[in-house]
Design a protein around this ligand. Sequence first.
Ligand code: CA
Length: 358
Amino acid sequence: MKRRKFLTSLGSSLALTSLLGNSSSLRAKEKTEYQWKMVTSWPKNFPGLGTGAENLAKLITNLSNGRIKVKVFGANELVPPLEVFDFVSKGGAELGHSGAYYWKGKSQACQFFSSVPFGMNSQEMNAWLYYGDGIKLWEKLYDKFNLIPRPAGNTGVQMGGWFNKKINSVNDLKGLKMRIPGLGGEVLSRAGGTSVTLAGSEIFTALQTGVIDATEWVGPYNDRAFGLHKAAKYYYYPGWHEPGPTIECMINKDKYNSLPTDLKLVIDIACKAINLDMLSDYTAKNNLALQFLKSENINILKFPNEVLTKLKEISDEILKEISAKDEITNEVYKSYVSFKEDVEPWTDISDKSYLDIR
Ligand code: CA
């Protein structure tokens, strides 16, 4: 039983057994050239996210020696940003670059494959995805939508957001109108605030005109690009609601299965390379943007512990509630939570204790 479990997890997490096809049938496909489209949820070439999609497309084209040519479409060029999933599922494009939490309407389980409040950081996410049951469960979840998911980027820990007043206690969240989508928004609402979902391009004006009192976006690199420091004075950390969201590449399953073995590997390896590359890009650029924001005299403040403790308590409640909604969400929730509980003691005595003393 144990051995079978080990073999299943090995096969799926490395995605190798699925690639072992019949070699004679593969040869006929070796000269085929594929013209593929990639739709994304990001403005064309948006720093980090959009450039990550472009890099992924280029890498697939170059690694395949031009046998797969990928053309990238920004948000709204072929489909609106939040229709990427359905479009790739139906084969309108072969590839999609997006974030799994956008698809919580399909299943609440999707959110665990991007980020959940007070969840795992980027390194822990990768460990769960590649060496735990993460990718296996993600494939199971997307299978009925005719999609194959791959991790293909990560922003690292995000910032808590921009506020037009100081947050000294949980009471300061009451009545606060904040742009914060997904589970983070649900947590804020239960803490007494009002959560609003706005596309990235609408955030600056909403904050500047007082339509909202606060907003989160990503981190210094992306927040500076939208000029959010010109619309609010207080910049809070940490991003408790998005502690290292995985960005996804979804592949139409029929199209993926039509590829010869080496081109399937090209897709998989390119996604893995971009998964690392985007995180490195964010770490380098966030650092530079943070220096700039400090020079602009922005108040960079940590949320009080009392506030974080309350938000964590609410987050745990909400995650438990959504896990009861359907079978697959329950299965994903259990795997995620048990991996997190196992990995945390190691993170505590390695990364965390080291970062505290350096
Ligand atoms: Ca965010």
